[in-house]
Design a protein around this ligand. Structure first.
Ligand code: ADP
Ligand code: MG
Length: 281
């Protein structure tokens, strides 16, 4: 598999602030890759660098193995972008919104029908966009971002303003797009979202990547050798070292029917981030 995105030693300085310092990572075709970090970490700046909206101060930003800022047109034609300033025309219908953009992007109008089906808005095409629910609106914006069937889709905090149920609806759609072959790069400060959705994540803090990997691997890497046990009589949780001694204790409790719950102290991505940076998301 080839790298669809590759950043090497990328730095982006604004007048008073260095938004990215020496950032390097690669994304393989077919992945859902998540950029995680608190507000101000440099997530949006990174997306802008990868979508030819900003030029790096130094380092190399390649998408489809091409230097992004030297291939603006090519990049615009071949990636999809959903950012928080992507708008829709509230007074136009779902259908007219998409046809309008199909015309602008010179996309055949048969794509519109196909995409509407994919985002499950086929029945709502006559509805005025302003009257859609938040989830439907977001699906319409995603439809717009993929009208030209890009191989690579960038989403900047696609669920940050949505409630949990609506977020799940968007996750489902993103998985479907991914299964149909779209590589997805998304930013989020929602660790649970990243954990469920992403093949790999990178933790971004203050313009630097502090950790990167598959969510499950990361949780195993940072797991502690502690076991949490709750007994029937006390109902308080007891933390024990993972040892042979603990093993025989647990065995006895089990035999006596005292064991209410037992689990290993696997951290979640939130804990890992906090441990690495001292910051919450
Ligand atoms: N155009 C700009 N001019 C000056 N500073 C900027 C500009 N864009 C972003 N920044 C600064 O760069 C840092 C990273 O911003 P951003 O990439 O938007 O973070 P995030 O998307 O992770 O919240 C922030 O400190 C922000 O204030
Ligand atoms: Mg941002």
């Amino acid at each position: 598999m080839s790298n669809i995105i590759s950043l090497k030693n990328v730095r982006k300085d604004f007048k008073e602030k260095s938004a990215l310092k020496n950032v390097s990572f690669q994304v393989e075709e077919g992945e859902i890759f998540g950029f995680l970090g608190p507000s101000g970490a440099g997530k949006t700046t990174s997306i802008k660098l990868m979508t030819a909206q900003l030029i790096p101060s130094s380092g190399e930003v390649k998408v489809f193995e091409k230097e992004v800022y030297k291939n603006k047109r090519f990049i615009f034609q071949n990636v999809g972008i959903l950012s928080d300033n992507s708008g829709i025309y509230e007074r136009l219908s779902v259908w007219d919104n998409l046809v309008l953009f199909a015309n602008i992007y010179d996309v055949p109008s048969k794509n519109v029908e196909e995409i509407l089906d994919k985002v499950d808005l086929g029945k709502d095409l006559k509805m005025q966009a302003g009257k859609l629910s938040k989830g439907m609106k977001q699906r319409l914006m995603i439809a717009r971002a993929v009208l030209h069937k890009p191989r690579l889709l960038f989403l900047d905090e696609p669920t940050s303003s949505l409630d949990p149920g609506t977020s799940l609806e968007i996750h489902k759609l993103l998985r479907k797009l991914n299964q149909d072959g779209t590589t997805i790069f998304l930013t989020t400060h929602n660790m649970e979202e990243a954990d469920k959705l992403c093949d790999r994540v990178a933790f971004l803090n203050d313009g630097e990547i502090v950790e990167m990997g598959n969510p499950r691997d990361l949780k195993l890497k940072y797991t502690t050798d502690e076991i949490n046990v709750v007994l029937r009589d006390s109902k308080e949780s007891i933390v024990l070292k993972n040892s042979t001694e603990t093993g025989s204790k647990i065995k006895t409790w089990m035999e006596q029917g005292k064991l209410l719950s037992i689990h290993s102290m696997e951290p979640n991505l939130e804990n890992i981030f906090l441990n690495l940076t001292g910051r919450e998301l």
